[in-house]
Design a protein around this ligand. Structure first.
Ligand code: FES
Ligand SMILES: [Fe+2]
Length: 378
């Protein structure tokens, strides 16, 4: 380990018992150092549950979608037995990806030499391989990867020995049970690569104080930044609340009265902006939610998968759908700026670590999480 990385890990570790009043932005080098990035991948992204999609992408038997996490191509599929499974998406013959994109299938047929696998990952046919005496087709299968569905999201874990996800997020589910987000449906998708380090994206997602700057047109008019209050920090997630001004929300087509039915007044009056470690934002107001998962590609590129979800009864409403499509894109385009614009200036010699305000306390808790996960050199 280089001296620089040692110093950075020591600095991150100092957040374990740092007073929140004394919290400052992490040093710019944490976004600039390849070795630290490798540590983050090894200690966080190869061990934690990572959100890769929505359950509705694999709802019926045979439904599947593919994704890449770090260097691992993955195939997520619903079996005939309704079971959700994730596999390594690499053919056991000569390394071709077995499936591409998404769809519905009974068998996955490798495009290279037509070996086929069933929905449980078992090899069903390897045409022309009969003469090979050392190859045991019966035991050949795509290796499984841990997968869990939680609140309508699909998470995978590259660590075979990881603790299950659900208990880690039980407090979240209990807290927001009345919203019933597990059953919400996606009405607009977003999937882009942003320039910038994954942690910049997360810090941005942990902060609604920036409504007044970055989102002065799109969010500030009905979710004013200065009303933001940090709410709760848990081991695996935290959240803050920003008040909703219902009249203003209605003006921009986001304040339908039906959205508020069944919710307690203290739930209906604010944006609940939650952050699930290490990399997921789920922000919801009554009747709509935008989430995103920031998946590192390399130190300066982050894939953002995101969607706009609504309770099932609003999923076919043409007006709501039209708003969702444009709003999701606008908001994410604005947030992308907070990643690439910051990354651009990090090598400056005159940069200084600024304070984290009370409205951004989630950022401090994120740093504490990093301190828990990354090894301390001492
Ligand atoms: S690589 Fe898949 S069949 Fe040959
Ligand atoms: Fe934002």
């Amino acid at each position: 380990m280089t001296e620089e990385t040692t110093a950075l890990l020591r600095e991150i570790a100092s957040y374990r018992d740092r007073d929140p009043e004394d919290a400052r932005m992490l040093p710019p080098e944490v976004y600039l150092t390849d070795e630290l990035f490798e540590f983050e991948m090894e200690h966080i992204f190869r061990r934690e549950w990572i959100l890769v999609g929505r359950e509705e992408q694999a709802r019926d038997p045979g439904d599947y979608f593919t994704t890449d996490l770090l260097e691992e191509p993955l195939l997520i599929a619903r079996g005939a037995d309704q079971q959700l499974r994730a596999f390594s998406n690499i053919c056991r013959h000569r390394y071709m990806r077995v499936a591409e994109a998404s769809g519905n299938a009974r068998l996955f047929v490798c495009p290279y030499h037509k070996w086929s696998y069933d929905l449980e990952g078992k090899l069903r046919a390897a045409p022309g391989m009969e003469g090979n005496t050392t190859f045991d087709a019966k035991s050949c299968r795509l290796p499984e990867v841990r997968v869990e569905a939680w609140e309508g999201f699909v998470f995978v874990n590259l660590d075979d020995d990881a603790e299950p996800l659900r208990p880690k997020l039980q407090s979240f589910s209990d807290h927001f049970r009345e919203f019933g987000i597990e059953k919400w449906k996606t009405i607009a998708w977003y999937d882009e690569v942003w320039e910038g380090n994954w942690k910049l994206t997360c810090e941005n997602g942990l902060d609604s104080y920036h409504h007044m700057g970055l989102h002065w047109k799109t969010a500030e008019p009905f979710m004013p930044a200065l009303g933001t209050r940090f709410a709760e920090a848990h081991a695996q997630w935290n959240y803050h609340r920003t008040p909703i001004l219902p009249e203003k929300a209605r003006e921009v087509g986001m304040g339908d009265d039906r959205f508020f039915e069944g919710l307690r007044p203290d739930q209906a009056d604010a944006l609940n902006s939650t952050f699930v470690y290490p990399n997921v934002v789920v922000g919801f107001v009554p009747g709509q939610s935008i989430w995103l998962s920031a998946i590192p590609i390399d130190r300066t590129h982050t894939r953002i998968i995101s969607s706009y979800t609504v309770p099932t009864e609003f999923a076919d409403d043409a007006e709501i759908r039209a708003t969702a499509e444009s709003y999701l894109r606008e908001l994410n385009t604005e947030d992308a700026e907070a990643t690439w614009r910051l990354q651009e200036v990090l090598a400056s010699q005159r940069i200084e670590r600024g304070p984290i305000g009370v409205r951004e306390r989630g950022v401090y808790h994120f740093y504490q999480y990093l301190a828990r996960m990354l090894p301390s050199p001492d």
